[in-house]
Every structure is written in structure tokens, then in C-alpha cells.
Design a protein around this ligand. Sequence first.
Ligand code: ZN
Length: 288
Amino acid sequence: MRIVLVLGLLLATTACGSLGNDTGRVRVAAGFYPLAWAAERVGGQRVEVTNLTQPGAEPHDLELTIKETVAIAEADVVVHEKGFQPAVDDSVRQNAEGATLDAAAVAGLEPYADQPDEADPHFWQDPVRLARVGDALAQELGQADPRHARAYAANARALRRDLVALDRDYRRGLADCVRDTIVATHDAFGYLQKYGLVIEPISLSPDAEPTPADLGRLQDLIRADGITTVFSETLVSPKTAETLAGDLGIRTAVLDPVEGLSDRTAGEDYLSLMRTNLQALEKANGCR
Ligand SMILES: [Zn+2]
């Protein structure tokens, strides 16, 4: 008798919603931080977001553990960026049973300035591109959970307002500056070219060491343009930036690629990190 009752209850809970978990919330797996943040903003209380990249980890060349593979398999919606994290792409192809959203296709990628054949994955440095991902997430969440489709659409509109305001602040903040070139450790800031910045990366990937020729070229540029600051970033060692700046007697400052949070930035979010970056850029380039 008792067993029958429990079974009946189990069947009742399973039948209640098409969503794949017992909390009734939509499960989202997101490749890395800006995608997870956008999913949380658009989904609000109704979604449970798993960030596949652990806090403090570099999302490039991420390796997945069983836990993340399970999260991909069980997700109602997976949002990832094709080409940026190949291990995530592979696992999505093999394991995802829910809907999948390719942020690259939605955001629209530009090539790297110095490598025209290669798409630059760091689109979230352009807030307007991240807003497109928010809109697409609202669509996917609305399909997975049609009862709350209007709430997701409203959340996406609110997200878009915040991102458009951030874009406007960047445009205004960087409109009138003494310099327009920045030197930064890895090539994560190409999308800031839309605000008139010229980006000189010390190296193209987060862990590649620059060659002596790279460093010589940068030193000439720093002297010629009167550059005041070499930017390092949060998830990789600042050593190269410090060496380069030290040799020339100029400053280092942090520019966060906003690829993930770390212990130091645990209380921050995408918007606050982007605003901190803007202040650092205005200071380095002498903007009014
Ligand atoms: Zn990167």
C-alpha cells in the first residue's frame, strides 16, 4: 500500500512539468561567466544556471569533469560559444539532450585585427552583442518553459537596457582622450575598437610568452605614443606586463577580460567589472 502511494507521488511529480528536474526550475548549462550571468539575468528565479567554467579558471581550453558533463546532459538549455571552448562543443554534441544555443552565431563575431582569418571570440566586450545573446536566451527559455515566456522576455528587455547604458557610457567615456592605443596582455579586447581604441596585445593567448622581438616592438610603440600603462589581467600572471612596464618606468593596471570571476572579484558582476575597466581605460589614456 505504502509503496504504491510513493510510486504514485513520484509519477505525479514527474508528470507535473516537462522540465527535467524536481524543483520545477529550468536547468541551464553555460560555457563560461558572461553567458552564465546573462542566463541568470534573463531566467531570474525560474532557472538554475550551472557555469561550466569554475570560478578562477581560464575558460580557454577548458577541460570538463564528469560533473560538468552531467550538467550538459541534464540541461534544458545549454548556452555555449562554438569555437571558444572545444571541450564544451564536443560534449554538447555528444551529450546535450535539451536545446542548445550558440552565442557566437547570435552575437556575431569579428575577426582579430591582426589575424583576419580568425574570429575573435571575446564578443562580450561589446555590451550590445551580449544583449543579443540575452534576447536569444529569452526565446530558448520561453520554449523550454512556455508558462513564463513573458517574464523571460521582460527580463531580457531589462538586461538590454543595462547593456545599452553601459555601451553609451563607454562611447562617452572614451570619446575625448589624449591617446587611443592600449597595451594589454592577451588579445581579449578587440571589440573595444568600436569605441575608437587601438589594441596592442603583448601576446595572443593568455599563456603564450612574448618573444624578444614582440617586446622590442612594444617598447618602441610605448615610447612613440607616450603610453602610460601596460594592462595585465585578472586570471593570468601579471609578470610579463610588470617586466615590460618596469623596463620603461611606466605603470601597470588591471583590465579584466571578464571571462570569469576570481576570489578577488567574487562580489562583482559583468556590469561592475566592465565599469571598472572603463575607469582604468579613461585614466590610462587621459580621457576627459
Ligand atoms: Zn580570452
